[in-house]
Design a protein. Structure first.
Length: 187
């Protein structure tokens, strides 16, 4: 059956408006307009004209009574366009969630991983403390910028899932390297 507009009422089908008082006008992205008139069917009104493809357009439903009418606008999108619009809507929310999560994580983190470095650098006095604090601040800001940029650029496309299996080993190796550096090279 070719696609047509159908109008129903909630409950009683006898409350349907007269077909002559109902019209739908579509506006397509190229600016093409089409007017649809309606006929009464069994329990609903149906557009006399067939809805041509593509099915992406805005439609204005006008219900007339007396000397005035009420108009209601609706957007119709093809399934793939509707899915793309939903993905974009979710992406905006998820981007904000990612940025907010990174900010909160790095803001409220006590940086317990950096405490041993502070303790080992106690011999350098205030100059060492200031140098370490600046290093930590710059590294934190750089990390936030890089991770936020990577997330926004679509890091999930890089297929880095294998790192999840090795996360503990990688972090352990970094802590071991830091410990060996402190013991043998004094940093």
């Amino acid at each position: 059956m070719p696609p047509r507009f159908r109008l129903r009422t909630e409950g009683d089908a006898m409350r349907l408006p007269a077909p002559a008082s109902v019209q739908v006008e579509t506006l397509r992205p190229g600016g093409t307009r089409q007017l649809f008139t309606f006929v009464r069917r069994d329990g609903f009104l149906e557009s006399h004209e067939v809805i041509p493809e593509p099915h992406s357009f805005s439609a204005t439903l006008t219900l007339s009574h007396g000397d005035h009418g009420h108009s209601h606008k609706v957007e119709f999108l093809e399934a793939d366009e509707a899915e793309a619009a939903a993905v974009l809507a979710r992406a905006g929310k998820s981007d904000a969630a990612v940025i907010g999560s990174l900010f909160l994580l790095l803001t409220f983190s006590p940086c317990e991983g950096f405490l041993p470095v502070y303790v080992s650098a106690i011999n350098y006095g205030w100059q060492g403390f200031i140098a370490l604090s600046l290093t930590l601040a710059l590294a934190t800001i750089a990390g936030m910028v890089v991770f936020t940029w990577a997330t926004m650029a679509g890091l999930e496309r890089l297929k880095l899932r294998f790192l999840e299996n090795w996360e503990a080993g990688i972090l352990g190796a970094l802590v071991l390297f830091l410990g060996l550096g402190i013991i043998f090279w004094g940093f």
